[in-house]
Ligand binder design. Structure first.
Ligand code: 1PZ
Length: 211
């Protein structure tokens, strides 16, 4: 296990997502990124075979963090203010790949959809079910649609390294497998809410297909 893994609990990570939605139903960028950083730490605990995945997530987190540390930091306080600012200033390229906050966050947003389905699959899965199966089924039903063959292939190979459901739940460091399941039940509605609000916002501005 990686250093620091003993004190690391997935509870805090998922709790970060509970702090994302403001009273005005806006999605706050800082806790969103904090949640992702925690997920990356968790992924790194699972083994180096996942590093090509965590590296990509880190690159995307850093792009948005850089906007949060720039002179325009206030514009990137929430996903809503980011979309408004980038669209109003012609910063979103609709034709080709760019480093806009909108297209970068869209990649994390799509991955959040997979995460939501994966954690729900884990939560409701049987004791002896295979994490690798839950992972590949939910990946194929979501994120895989946006990935080229080579990435899908590499992801499929990495999934085989996942431990059984019970070991995976224990790796979360939330307590027993039953306690981890209860925590997922508490945390998932918040993740779903963050996903839903972002999805509606992107749909409203026709940003769901950004290259
Ligand atoms: C628990 C097991 C973890 C399984 C993780 C399942 C997700 C597999 C994703 C494979 C991504 C491979 C690396 C690079 C992909 C990029 O091409 C895409 C599109 O970005 P672009 O090329 O357009 O800039 N990146 C993504 O789709 C973002 C992927 C983020 C994945 C984060 C996973 C966090 C896992 C948390 C585990 C609890």
């Amino acid at each position: 296990m990686a250093e620091g893994a003993e004190t690391f609990s997935l509870r805090e990570v998922l709790v970060a997502f509970t702090a994302c939605v403001s009273e005005q139903r806006e999605v706050r960028v800082d806790p969103y990124l904090a949640g992702w950083k925690g997920l990356v730490r968790f992924l790194n605990c699972l083994g180096t075979i996942f590093s090509f995945i965590s590296k990509d997530a880190v690159t995307k987190i850093e792009i948005i963090e850089n906007y949060r540390n720039s002179d325009q930091r206030e514009k990137y306080l929430t996903v809503q203010s980011m979309v408004e600012y980038e669209l109003a200033n012609g910063l979103v390229d609709l034709q080709k790949r760019s480093d806009s906050g909108c297209r970068t966050l869209l990649r994390l947003h799509r991955a959040l959809h997979w995460l939501q389905m994966f954690l729900e699959g884990l939560r409701t899965g049987k004791d002896n079910s295979k994490t690798s199966v839950i992972c590949s089924e939910t990946y194929n039903a979501s994120l895989a649609n946006y990935h080229p063959w080579i990435i899908r292939k590499a992801a499929g190979v990495a999934f085989c390294a996942l431990p059984t459901r019970n070991t995976f739940l224990e790796t979360m460091n939330v307590g027993t497998a039953e306690e981890a399941v209860a925590m997922l039940g508490d945390a998932l509605p918040y993740i779903c809410e963050v996903y839903k609000i972002t999805e509606e916002l992107y749909a409203q501005h026709k940003l769901l297909d950004l290259p």
